[in-house]
Design a protein around this ligand. Structure first.
Ligand SMILES: Cc1cc2nc3c(=O)[nH]c(=O)nc-3n(C[C@H](O)[C@H](O)[C@H](O)COP(=O)(O)O)c2cc1C
Length: 393
């Protein structure tokens, strides 16, 4: 049996097509066709080179997931502005010099059978001045309750209209670079409390001008970015928007707020909605631990799907294809992002497709991959032997 990428699948395919028919149904995101509904969500690994270019380690990491059968792979997050280099080995896309490395990365992912995508980020107030070496900027000069604890000199300033124009252009220019490098889907990061999420949320946006107050004003910068991308690139690439369906903070965004927001994003050019949760002040909700249980955010994704025309992706402690099949087949989401479980075993999709679920190395949600919490220099995995710390601690 030959699949769309020309690779030969073993006979197990026939068996598992019956077990996961919804997962292995193709779907279009804008004009981009996906071979299945499994997504690898953006995962900052700190595997880029210190200058922000793509490293061999980064390519190997994503190639393994592409070879393992995943349909759509979000690389990144890649930072769009040079004033927001929040980690020492972040992927960068704020200059044309990053295009050759990105071209290689996206080309390899595609060669290995997956659709290459990239998430674009500006960290806003959720960074440290001591690391970025720049002013932290945000819609309002409200410190991040978490990051401000780590640096006595933490300081955030309210963005001027000139800052807003510059950031808008940075997102649009970064998208053009990604398209030049051959990406098929770009994701605008409007989740997890980063800059664009800060604009959208009444929790972090207290502006009194055209970019604050009403939901139309809070969404304005994101809409300008989406429209700017469309006017430069037409439908050459598909656009995903990642949001925190529930910020889990007082005065933060709740699922019902998206009834107004989603149609605005769709009119501006969004092709896919990727539903996550949490901001840094509710950090434990961004990457849910085992105590929260499996698939904790499906209710949020299902609610947002009611407001959406475009395909909706769910995420959060979805650890197996059976869980993904149950979510998609019951119409709660159109796609399922599996992060840590594909880090633990990049072949999760193909093994399950071949009826070898028992061979999947299971994510134990030990928290080892959260290098930014553990103090490790880069992402490790206690299950995947190819992502062990150098000394096998
Ligand atoms: C090490 C690590 C890095 C992450 N980096 C990002 C990121 O850059 N952008 C993003 O939107 N989410 C990021 N996330 C969140 C994941 O995309 C995903 O939403 C989360 O891990 C929950 O999915 P899972 O339970 O399938 O792992 C990261 C998660 C981890 C564990």
């Amino acid at each position: 049996m030959e699949n769309k990428t020309g690779m030969i699948k073993d006979i197990g395919t026939i068996n598992e097509i019956n077990n996961y028919p919804s997962v292995f149904d193709t779907i279009d995101i804008g004009k981009v066709n996906l071979k299945n509904r499994i997504v690898f969500p953006a995962f900052h690994t700190n595997y880029a080179n210190p200058d922000g270019t793509v490293s061999d380690k980064l390519i190997d990491f994503y190639n393994a997931i592409a070879q393992g059968g995943c349909g759509l792979i979000f690389t990144g997050a890649a930072v769009v502005s040079s004033d927001s280099i929040a980690f020492d080995r972040l992927m960068r896309i704020d200059d044309d010099c990053y295009i050759p490395g990105l071209t290689k990365l996206f080309g390899e992912i595609e060669k290995n059978g997956a659709v290459p995508a990239v998430q674009l980020i500006h960290y806003g107030r959720q960074a440290l001045n001591a690391v970025t070496g720049c002013d932290l900027i945000a819609p309002s000069a409200i410190p991040c309750p978490l990051m401000s604890q780590f640096d006595l000199n933490y300081h955030v300033r309210e963005m001027t209209l000139a800052d807003i124009e510059r950031v808008r252009n940075d997102f649009i220019d970064a998208t053009v670079r990604a398209a030049d490098a051959g990406v098929k889907v770009v994701e605008i990061h409007v989740a997890h409390g980063y800059l664009l999420n800060e604009f959208l949320s009444p929790y972090s946006n207290h502006r009194k001008d055209d970019y604050g107050g009403s939901v139309e004003n809070r969404a304005r910068l994101i809409i300008e970015i989406l429209e700017g991308i469309r006017s430069k690139l037409g439908s050459k690439i598909a656009i995903s928007v990642r949001v925190s369906g529930d910020e889990y903070v007082d005065d933060g965004l709740k699922p019902s707020d998206y009834k107004e927001i989603i149609p605005m994003f769709e009119r501006a050019g969004m092709d896919m909605l990727n539903v996550s949760a949490g901001v840094y002040a509710s950090m434990e909700m961004i990457i849910p631990g085992p105590d929260i249980g499996e698939t904790p955010y499906i209710g949020i994704a299902a609610e947002l799907k009611q407001y959406a025309i475009v395909p909706v992706c769910a995420v959060g402690s979805i650890l197996s294809l059976s869980a993904a099949e149950a979510i998609i087949s019951t119409g709660k989401a159109d796609l399922v992002a599996i992060g840590r479980a594909q880090v633990a075993d990049p072949k999760l999709v193909d093994k399950s497709l071949a009826g070898r679920e028992d061979d999947v190395a299971k994510c134990i949600q030990c928290g080892k991959c959260l290098f930014f919490n553990t103090g490790d220099p880069e992402m490790y995995c206690s299950v995947n032997p190819s992502l062990k710390p150098p000394k096998n601690e």
